[in-house]
Ligand binder design. Structure first.
Ligand SMILES: Cc1cc2nc3c(=O)[nH]c(=O)nc-3n(C[C@H](O)[C@H](O)[C@H](O)COP(=O)(O)O)c2cc1C
Length: 226
């Protein structure tokens, strides 16, 4: 089983990235081969909305710019038998860079006309199950609802109708690497943001539990039937 993780956070030391590592470690523990790509390492021009891809199935930018990474990502998705799509919440959505990846992947979507609801298929062969994951600054994970919805929809399309094995959301994250921060750093953070000290204890427990859930999601993904 090959699993591809795609991390939508543009920042280095990202909690989203660390959580994807946990999912992938879980998958490896169940025999999967894993690969991860980070949005900030990709060279992806913005979709220009030319719609040429609706007829050809190939993005015009791919044809014109050999340095553009879309074709490479499509190949990686095609080779994958499982996906992990993960993103921080930016203004209730995914970061613009990450959204652009899915705008560009519109080239891979076939919509059969005349069906209600419309039938949506992916040109990338193979069916893939997915884990989706969102992180947000607001302690209330309801803030991640729209982002998770977008990730699930994207996973469904890129996975050719595969199942969403699990969805995870973590709130209250602001610092780089916060999900892995030690008590001293969290206490310092709490004092800077007037967060009462006892909350730090809960944070540590919450992060431990969410990392375990991420690991278990990876195990489940690796063991799921295609
Ligand atoms: C531009 C920007 C917009 C953000 N918008 C929201 C938001 O709408 N709601 C929220 O709860 N957190 C928001 N956040 C906070 C991030 O979602 C949060 O810090 C996240 O955990 C960062 O993940 P990372 O460490 O993986 O980059 C925003 C952060 C940035 C930089």
């Amino acid at each position: 089983m090959k699993i591809l993780g795609i991390v939508g956070s543009p920042r280095k030391g990202s909690s989203t990235d660390l959580l994807v590592d946990m999912v992938l470690q879980g998958a490896v523990s169940r025999g999967a081969a894993v690969e991860k790509i980070n949005i900030s390492d990709l060279n992806l021009a913005f979709c220009t909305g030319c719609m040429e891809c609706r007829q050809t199935g190939v993005c015009r930018i791919t044809k014109e710019d050999s340095d553009d990474d879309l074709a490479m990502i499509i190949e990686k998705i095609a080779r994958a038998e499982g996906l992990v799509l993960a993103s921080p919440v930016y203004i209730r959505h995914v970061p613009g860079q990450f959204k652009n990846l899915f705008d560009r992947l519109v080239s891979q979507i076939i919509i059969t006309p005349g069906k209600n609801p419309p039938e949506i298929k992916c040109r990338i062969p193979g069916k893939r199950n997915s884990v989706v994951l969102a992180t947000c600054g607001n302690p209330d994970i309801k803030m991640a609802a729209e982002t998770l919805e977008f990730l699930k929809n994207s996973a469904f399309i890129c996975g050719n109708g595969g199942n969403i094995v699990s969805e995870l959301a973590v709130g209250g994250l602001m610092l780089p690497c916060q999900i892995n921060a030690d008590e001293r750093r969290l206490l310092e953070y709490a004092s800077n943001f007037n967060i009462p000290e006892p909350v730090v204890d809960n944070m540590m427990k919450q992060y431990k539990s969410v990392k375990e859930q991420a690991y278990q999601s990876g195990q489940k993904l690796a063991l799921m039937e295609k």
